[in-house]
Design a protein around this ligand. Structure first.
Ligand code: MN
Length: 725
């Protein structure tokens, strides 16, 4: 370029801005410089209304965004944001120099301004918001660039005619300030509002300015009186905090004046306390509440539950020496998000690259929340989207109602999803759809930017087949709800199969029989058997829980800590000398409670500290699972002789049949064993369960007794006593 295009003074200002930006992005300094020079070259000769070189505008927009913490791609896009619209620079040139992301942002910004220019004023009002969102679907960073663009235009608005100023200020208050609010970019929002107010209502602006100045000096005075006390309390809690007074913006003061709520804003001192960590926020809250009594019902925890625009803070109102003080407590990061919104969020999360589909979606959702249906110029606005939509590329589908309302849907969503997104009732009753005025299959994926009109009928009813077409959870769950009965039956059957399989695996095949299973499930008490089966099918993690409950139902009641044991039965103990340790008699041993070894079992000893040798079955997981040093404490043990008798505890469960007790006794004695104790209790579902204690001579006799007990009609469970019960 020819350096003569700019005066030496102008050139110095360009260089200063370039250096400032390059300093912020040292790694991308070369790209930034290139963008500054590209803008300076293409805008050379163009002047703004003020007479300044046009390039000062993109330079300032870039500085605003750099200040707000946006990344280098957004800043480069800001430097180039008017190039496609106002110069012969092309998208291809931008993409070649700075990559596809920068080119996409600039193109998005261009689309918003260009198409707005083609619309009549009322259509523009109705459509700008939707167009912003649509343009942002390709890259969400279009929105901050557009906001900063508008902010700089307001800063330099004095050069424009009065009526242009009015129009720009009104549009700013209508569209851009609410958008900045949705995105949590409150620094930009406040400046947009205050500057617009100065144009739309200079008198209100002057009044609000005077009140604000008065508030500020009083707030500083009052804070001065409280600061020492507050700092001391925080210090005692081990906190160093930054404390400042908050003053309302001129625009919000003017709004309150308009609604005649002057005392509300006069009486309250607003304080902000900034600490380092989230934990410190709560500590500071505690310290403040200990210092000054909180006003009941005023505490809000936006840390645990952030606002939609990601705002986080603790809010509380306290009474300090008779004065009402509103306190906001937050970390530095939360404070930056409060000021710069999603831009600061990006900075912290470092997901700036391409915006990231999730961030983009979040951005769009935030922006879409602010949009309100407008009755004006609908068809024309819809036609404008039509022109834009084919150029758009996005992960998310942006569709419109005939009135121009935006609906964001996942890629591949169909008219059914769209109908449910508008209203559940509408989804239930959909019978057809028109896309861009033409009939369109309701199960077919919608095209990007489609204007969708839903045809509904009072006797329409959701079809199960839709489940294969829909992409949104909302549609899926509503359709399911409609076909609950069918689905419930299927699901219960699936749950039953899972339960039967798991019960068989747990050795409880008798309980898996349909009538017994239903009785047993009913016996669990709080839910219908079918409901339990459905729950199991829907959530497999419930399977183990239910089976465990069923097993517990047929097993002896476990003793809650501190409860009175139900049975007086002692744990089986090896008698003195029953087990030889490495061939030696007289070493204290005890039979392990986890695996209940019986004579004849393969056993292994474990030297437990100060408690002799504990004797486990060799296949006990507590033995086979030992590692490292603890393995060295294993010791060889053997049964002293098979002729000794031992007590064996068995868990029993039977369907209650007449003469059951008699048959149990018969089985035990028939095996040659001795019944020491028997404790059975009636359970739900006609089950009796409990524990019996046998004296047996050796494992063969024990096995025989178990076999006979299991042979009794109605047996559900005969097993060695489980550990811990
Ligand atoms: Mn611009």
């Amino acid at each position: 370029m020819s350096r003569a295009d700019y005066s030496p003074t102008e050139r110095r200002r360009i260089d200063a801005a370039r250096e400032e930006l390059a300093e912020r992005f040292p790694a991308e300094a070369a790209l930034i410089s290139q963008a500054v020079e590209l803008a300076a070259r293409h805008h050379a000769g163009q002047r703004r209304k003020s007479g300044e070189p046009f390039v000062f505008h993109p330079l300032e927009v870039a500085r605003i965004l750099a200040r707000d913490g946006l990344g280098h791609e957004t800043v480069i896009a800001a430097l180039c944001h008017d190039l496609i619209e106002d110069t012969d620079c092309t998208r291809a040139e931008l993409e070649r120099n700075f990559g596809a992301a920068v080119a996409a942002i600039v193109e998005g910004v261009t689309k918003v301004s260009r198409s707005a220019a083609k619309l009549s004023p009322s259509e523009r009002k109705a459509g700008t918001y939707q167009k912003l969102i649509l343009a942002a679907a390709s890259d969400a960073r279009v929105l901050p660039v557009k906001l900063a663009d508008r902010l700089h235009n307001l800063r330099t608005i004095a050069a424009l005619r009065r009526d242009r100023q009015q129009a720009i200020a009104r549009e700013t208050l209508l569209i851009y300030a609410p958008l900045a609010h949705r995105l949590g970019m409150s620094r930009i929002r406040t400046e947009l509002e205050d500057r617009s107010l100065a144009i739309t209502d200079p008198a209100a602006y002057a009044e609000a300015s005077a009140i604000q100045a008065e508030h500020r000096s009083r707030a500083e005075r009052e804070l001065g009186a409280l600061r020492g006390e507050l700092e001391k309390a925080l210090e005692e809690a081990g906190l160093s905090a930054e404390i400042s007074a908050r003053v309302k913006s001129r625009y919000s003061i003017a709004e309150k004046l308009k609604r005649a709520e002057p005392d509300e804003l006069a009486d309250v001192l607003g304080l902000r306390v900034i600490v380092e960590t989230t934990e410190q926020c709560y500590l500071a809250l505690g310290a403040i509440h200990a210092l000054w009594p909180p006003k009941p019902g005023t505490f809000d925890d936006y840390i645990a539950t952030p606002r939609a625009n990601l705002y986080q803070s603790l809010h509380t109102t306290v009474i300090a020496h008779g004065a009402t003080v509103e306190v906001q407590i937050r970390t530095r990061e939360m404070d930056e998000i409060a000021e710069y919104g999603i831009a600061a969020h990006w900075r912290y999360k470092e997901t700036l690259r391409g915006g990231g589909p999730r961030t983009t979606r979040r951005f769009l959702e935030l922006a879409a929340e602010g949009q309100r249906p407008s009755g004006e110029g609908e068809q024309a606005v819809a036609a404008a989207y039509e022109a834009l939509r084919r150029e758009l590329f996005a992960e998310d589908l942006v569709c419109f109602t005939p009135r121009g309302d935006v609906k964001l849907l996942p890629e591949g969503a169909c008219a059914i999803d769209f109908a449910y997104a508008i209203h559940s009732e509408l989804g239930d009753r959909i019978t057809g759809a028109r896309v861009d005025g033409r009939l369109y299959p309701i199960t077919k994926a919608l095209p990007q930017g489609a204007v969708v009109e839903i045809v509904a009928s009072d006797d329409g009813e959701p079809s199960v087949d839709w489940l294969e077409a829909v992409k949104t959870n909302r549609a899926r769950s509503r359709i399911r709800a409609h076909h609950q009965a069918d689905l419930e039956r299927e699901q219960a059957e699936a749950g039953r199969e899972l339960l039967v399989r798991e019960l068989r695996r747990a050795g409880l095949a008798p309980m898996a029989r349909p009538e017994i299973l239903e009785e047993a499930l009913a016996g669990l008490g709080h839910r219908e058997p079918e409901e339990v089966m459905r729950a199991v099918a829907a959530d497999h993690s419930q399977l183990r829980y239910v089976v465990r409950r069923l097993i517990r139902e047929v097993a002896p009641r476990s003793q809650a800590p501190g409860s009175v044991p139900e049975t007086g039965l002692p744990r089986p103990r090896a008698r003195e000398g029953a087990v030889l340790v490495e061939g030696q008699q007289g070493i204290p041993t005890r039979l392990a409670g986890c695996c209940h070894p019986e004579p004849g079992d393969e056993i292994t000893g474990f030297v437990s500290m100060g408690r002799g040798v504990s004797v486990h079955r060799s296949d006990c997981p507590n033995i086979t699972g030992l590692r490292g040093e603890r393995r060295e404490r294993l010791i060889g043990v053997q049964w002293a002789g098979e002729d000794r008798t031992f007590q064996v505890a068995l868990d029993l469960a039977y369907l209650n049949r007449p003469g059951l007790l008699h048959r149990i006794a018969e089985a035990v004695y028939g095996a040659g064993a001795e019944l020491v104790a028997l404790e059975l209790r009636e359970r739900s579902g006609g089950i009796v369960a409990g524990r019996c204690q046998l004296r047996v001579a050796g494992s063969q006799q024990s096995d025989r007794a178990r076999g006979r007990l299991a042979g009794i009609d109605g047996a559900m469970r005969v097993a060695r006593a489980a550990s811990g019960s």
